[in-house]
Design a binder for this molecule. Structure first.
Ligand SMILES: Cc1cc2nc3c(=O)[nH]c(=O)nc-3n(C[C@H](O)[C@H](O)[C@H](O)COP(=O)(O)OP(=O)(O)OC[C@H]3O[C@@H](n4cnc5c(N)ncnc54)[C@H](O)[C@@H]3O)c2cc1C
Length: 389
């Protein structure tokens, strides 16, 4: 297998790099201090996304996406993921399952979402259904040509403003009928209860939502009754690879900054890079990045070459696990190399510490990834992870 990047891949990387450095990095400190960006700055970022052709990288040309390969999507996520305060989330990637909508749903939601005209949230987690996403209790009951939905959600990123909320429910309260609904902003019965503060200051919230007697037309169902988990499987692969790529992007940036500092900073009459303790940290950081990048891009190429969905899912767990844990180790060492200055909020490595910590939790914690990998090893053997054809 040729592991090199193509001319197109290199072009994607150049665009994503320039976008991150010119459109995202300049806003990091203001966002961190104020927890919001003024509308004109949000608009500039949005124009940048379109100018650098980074909108909807995960959707096809015919619905207005960039039709990027998985390798290219990883390249973009690595570059924009290096920006702190989750500024990567400004580079909209509408949920991949929207492509499975009816022609009317594609017209109404997916095409405008690819253009960046509507924003989305994905509401699955509930107070009693976190890692155990199969424990969702939000119930949808048919009443004529509507479903009446009751339940509660938490950690629903962007739900306070998203024009479209994808809602995971169970029809009739039956766990064997997980079902997705498309819920417009402002639908009666969809109420933001609380917007808790989180360690990452990204300018958007992760609210708790009460859903009370919300009536949604049957035409707003995505797919069929019982298809909810099936429809989110592709999303899991995409989201886990994106997290891995962002973790690598953060690790690379933190290491670049730590290296510059280690050459500059003198103690005991020498630049600290000359102390073996510091040099060893840099060596471990470089090795972690090299290992993470190698597995990420190898599997991304395999997926582009037609790897089956089940194997892609299994491998994505190992990649998410390794890269998020490695990213965390690397960023933490960068803080150590900076000493006290590594804990100043004006230093990107401090902000990266808060960002990278989350990557070990959402879209399945590290423990859940280990359960997936362990289950696959039990069922299918080790070869999928350790073999090399
Ligand atoms: C900032 C933020 C944004 C989020 N955005 C969204 C969103 O937009 N939409 C959405 O639906 N969700 C979202 N989430 C939720 C996220 O996916 C969950 O937080 C995550 O899946 C973990 O669930 P939990 O927090 O309930 O932890 P729990 O499931 O309560 O887990 C707590 C601990 O127990 C461990 N654990 C649980 N079960 C097992 C087991 N069987 N074996 C071993 N260990 C176990 C976990 O690994 C963890 O260490 C977001 C979360 C955060 C923090």
């Amino acid at each position: 297998m040729d592991m090199g990047l193509t001319k197109d891949d290199l072009d994607v990387r150049a665009r994503a790099q320039e976008f991150a450095r010119t459109c995202l990095y300049p806003h990091e400190e203001e966002l961190d201090q104020n927890d919001f960006l003024p509308d004109d700055k949000e608009a500039t970022i949005r124009q940048g996304v379109l100018h650098f052709r980074l909108n909807a990288i995960n959707h096809a040309h015919d619905v207005g996406g960039q039709d990027m390969t998985i390798v290219q999507q990883c390249i973009v996520n690595e570059e924009v993921g290096s920006a702190t305060n989750a500024l990567w989330a400004r580079v909209w990637q509408p949920p991949v399952c929207l492509k499975d909508g009816t022609p009317e749903q594609i017209e109404k939601y997916l095409i405008p979402a690819c253009r960046g005209e509507i924003r989305t949230s994905f509401c699955t987690s509930e107070p009693t259904a976190g890692s155990d996403a199969g424990g969702v209790k939000t119930a949808a009951v048919l009443d004529g040509n509507h479903y009446v939905i009751n339940g509660e959600k938490c950690f629903a990123s962007n739900a306070e403003f998203a024009e479209l909320n994808l809602l995971t429910t169970v029809v009739d309260g039956d766990p064997s009928k997980p079902t997705l609904f498309l819920v417009d902003h402002g639908t009666e019965g969809f109420n933001i209860r609380r917007l808790p503060r989180f360690s990452q200051r990204s300018g958007h919230g992760h609210p708790e939502v009460d859903i009370e007697d919300m009536r949604v037309p049957t035409t707003q169902m995505l797919g069929d009754v019982g298809q909810g988990y099936e429809l989110t499987k592709d999303w899991f692969v995409e989201a886990r690879l994106a997290i891995a790529a962002r973790s690598i992007g953060m690790a690379v940036r933190a290491t670049d900054l730590a290296l510059v500092w280690a050459r500059e900073r003198e103690q005991f009459g020498h630049a600290i890079i000359h102390f073996q303790a510091v040099e060893f940290m840099l060596a471990e950081m470089a090795s972690d990045i090299m290992a993470g990048k190698s597995m990420l891009y190898r599997v991304a190429q395999e997926i582009d070459s037609g790897l089956d969905r089940k194997t892609a899912h299994a491998k994505a767990s190992a990649i998410k696990l390794f890269c998020s844990e490695a990213g965390f180790r690397v960023v933490d060492k960068a803080v150590q190399i900076f000493g006290g200055r590594g804990t100043m909020c004006e230093n990107p490595v401090e902000r990266l510490t808060r960002d990278v910590r989350l990557e070990r939790i959402w879209e399945g914690t590290s423990e859940i990834q280990k359960m997936v990998i362990g289950g696959q090893i039990r069922k299918r053997g080790l070869d999928m992870y350790t073999g090399w054809d």
